[in-house]
Write a protein that binds this ligand. Sequence first.
Ligand code: NAD
Length: 337
Amino acid sequence: MSTQVTLIPGDGIGPSIANATVKILEAAGADIEWDRQVAGMAGVARFGDPIPDSTLDSIKRTKLALKGPLETPVGEGYRSINVALRKTFDLYANVRPAHTIVPGGRYQNLDLVLVRENTEGLYVGIEHYVRVGDDPRAAAEAVAIVTRAGSERIVRYAFDYAVQHNRKKVTLVHKANILKYAQGLFLDSGRMVARDYAGKIEFEERIVDAMAMNLVLHPERFDVIVTTNLFGDILSDQISGLVGGLGLAPGANIGVNGAIFEAVHGTAPDIAGRNIANPGALVLAACMLLEHIGDDERASRVRNALETTIREGKTVTRDLGGTASTDQFTDAVIAKL
Ligand code: NAD
């Protein structure tokens, strides 16, 4: 039976790279039935809402979405797309792989995955100013919420991911030496979970500042990295930088009630509508989706076709140093399949 997946093409270059991705997956024979929905500016144009209920209802039903980049409308009164998605589907794990595709960069053969806790920590949005005398903004306070349950589930997710993807090691990144309670609870919970995988998956701990340095000096020493929200936000972009930037970076948001796969880049308004966007990041996101539904074989076939096309460099888009259009690049990947 085919798998139903909600497809949100998105704004700007979104529709073009989403069409390219669907074409490539169809050529690979993926058994997916796409339920096309709108969000972002396309959602505002059609329903006056950047994240329409019909789109949320579709994901509630399919529990899976492939999402193009979305433009967040400026102005009061619109709900935040990412907050709505994160809350509705409790998307607690943000998974960002980074591996070398084009050789000759600063590092060779990197293959890292960062698992970021996506619902807790300093990003819960509990902030306020403190008035002192007649200065209403004399100080500001932000609260970090870390729970044992939230910490356990993200570290367990990282270990399960490692097992499923034949990875060897999980590195937990923290700052428990200074934030003894908030980060200490994350570290303690992580250590407890790690015991369940002893003998199967190696476990190590790193303090975040040392980790930032080690990722630059010896990134090849790391495999799966798990950390809290703020540190994960920063380190996930850092590992993308190690393999050449955000251009080919996919991401997955995994939740209790659904999973949403996307390219990390934005809507690229400067090149929208010109048939020159690179669909690679969204194709790699679709490969993560295929793995998520258990179709590892097809995921690796699509990934190989994409990466071989990019490495050969003959028919690639402008951002990769070529002159091919989105359509030509897409056809080249399909020819490789
Ligand atoms: P951007 O990623 O859209 O663009 C940055 C640069 O990278 C531009 O020069 C663009 O042409 C290029 N680029 C990006 N993707 C490309 C691709 N696939 N192929 C070729 N070139 C590509 O970042 P921005 O300009 O800061 O943001 C533009 C809009 O996107 C904003 O409205 C922002 O809010 C939104 N955005 C959405 C998401 C998302 O939905 N996941 C993420 C980031 C930004």
